[in-house]
Each structure stands twice: as C-alpha cells, then as structure tokens.
Design a protein around this ligand. Sequence first.
Ligand SMILES: C[S@@+](CC[C@H](N)C(=O)[O-])C[C@H]1O[C@@H](n2cnc3c(N)ncnc32)[C@H](O)[C@@H]1O
Length: 294
Amino acid sequence: MRFDDVDFRAECSSVSRRGECVNINRNKWDAQTYDEVSRLVQYRWGQQVLEWRKWDGNERVMDAGCGSGLLTELLAQKVPRGRVYAVDGDSNMIKQTRRNLKDLANVELVQSDITNVKLPIDLDVIFSNAALHWVHDHAQVFQHFWNMLNCDGDMRGQLLIQCGGYGNLRRVDALIRRVMKLNEFNIYFTKMNRPWYFAKPNDTTRLLNEIGYIGTNVSLHNDCVSLANRKIYARFVKTVIMKPFLERLPDDKTRNRFLELFLHEVEKRSNNSMGPQSTWSLDYVRLNIIADKP
Ligand SMILES: C[S@@+](CC[C@H](N)C(=O)[O-])C[C@H]1O[C@@H](n2cnc3c(N)ncnc32)[C@H](O)[C@@H]1O
C-alpha cells in the first residue's frame, strides 16, 4: 500500500533528536477523520452505554471527552427537556462538535480539561465514552465528577462511563512497541510515558466506594473489532490509536514509515488462514462503570 492517501493534517509536534518534547501541547486530534472512522467503533460502544439508563428526559448531563459530538447528539435526544454540556480539551474536536450539532438548542460546548472543568449547574448524569483511559489520575477525576454531581434533587447523580480497561489493545500495543524499539525510531520515544491508563475493575470499584459512590457496577468485557481491510485499518489506527506515538515523530515521511512498519508487523503475525478480517483486528477490552451519588 502507498501512503499518499494517509493525511497528517493535524498540527503535529515532535521530539528532537535529543529526546526533548517540542510543542507537545500543540498536538490536536484530526477531528474530521475521527468523526468518520469512529462511526465504525466508538459510536457503537457509546450507543450501548446510553441504553444502560432509563432516561427521564429532563436530566442535566455532561458528555466528558465528547470528541466530535456524535454521541452528544444522541444524548441530547435522550434529554429533550434537559441540557447537555459537551466537554472536550481539544479545540479541533470542539470545532467538529459545533459543526455536527449546530441545530441543537439543548447542548452547550465547553473546551476544557474534564479533570477540572467548571460548569454553571450541578449534573444528574456524567456520561463518558472512550475518553477516561486518557486520564491517568482516576482518583482525581472521579472525585471531581462526584463534586459536579447533584446531591439534593429528586434524582440521584449517576456515572455512565465506558473506557479502555485492563488488557485493552495488548496485542496492538506490543506490536507498536516492537516498532518503537527499532534503531531508527527509539530516539523519539526515550522519554515517553504510557499514553493510557487501563484500569482493573477492582481498583475502580475500590476508588469509587472510597469516594462515597453507591450502587457501583464495574465490569470488563472483550470487544475485538475487525476492520474490513488494510486501508481502513491504517486510517483508523493512525487517527485513534497511534496518535500519541506518531505525534512524537518529526515529519510525515517518518510517520508514514512508522505506520508502514507497524502494518507489516500486524500482517506478519496474523493468522492468515482466518481471512483478512482477522488480520485487521483490534483487541479491545472495555471497562464499564455505573455508579450513583446518594
Ligand atoms: C477517543 S476520543 C472519544 C470521543 C467520544 N467520546 C467518542 O466516543 O467518540 C477521546 C476524547 O477525549 C478527549 N480527552 C481526553 N482526555 C481529556 C481530558 N483530560 N480533558 C478533556 N478531554 C479529554 C480527547 O480530546 C478526545 O476528543
């Protein structure tokens, strides 16, 4: 495959040959591509999470890490007499959400870090899909969510959250790390911490109970996703999973080569006898979190 069609429009920062981070805060999501590729995966997950609750229709809700707003739109439909605060730290995602949701009167967009966002009202529900594994300090974020939830209304405050959980993308991560260790790339990753935190259910349950949440229901499930072919897989992986790795590389040529070598690893280690869909798979594990504030 040629990578002429792989587009690195996002403002990429890089890591210098001495291993220093350069403009690391300028890394933004390619929100337009995310909006397309997430319909295959994250959108489906989020739709399931929305069905966990019997909605009254007047809840005040935060979509924490709303991305391009596809699920925010469904949330807004669940609460026609309520309000949705769509919060994301990434300005490209907020712009894309604005484009997607321009006709919705009960949605407000907020560009902020979800770990310390301030909203004008208390919330009945905090919904979050495929975002919380980007936050390393879960004690802090669950305490902040507790502070944001309603405690004196008729409705109990509730968390409805799904994110990557323990064991998520183990196979894919191992293959990325093989490529990172190659001589031509390792210099760029010397000071890189793990980009994600994939929590164990017991740790999350303990954390939530210590804060004071009740009715906690935390579980893991496997959700291996198979994509149709190499091209679709490359586009998805480049935009979603590889983002924190590719943004450390200095230019498109290096990023394309990194991606190409990763895809080569995927092909080399797959069980071809099961067809292309098994080759182009992602070993996702989801952490499901429901908890109430009494
Ligand atoms: C994989 S996307 C998921 C987007 C959307 N919830 C969905 O399911 O399609 C993760 C999103 O979380 C956002 N995010 C991650 N950490 C964040 C933080 N600490 N504060 C605000 N947004 C954050 C990212 O900017 C990104 O838009």
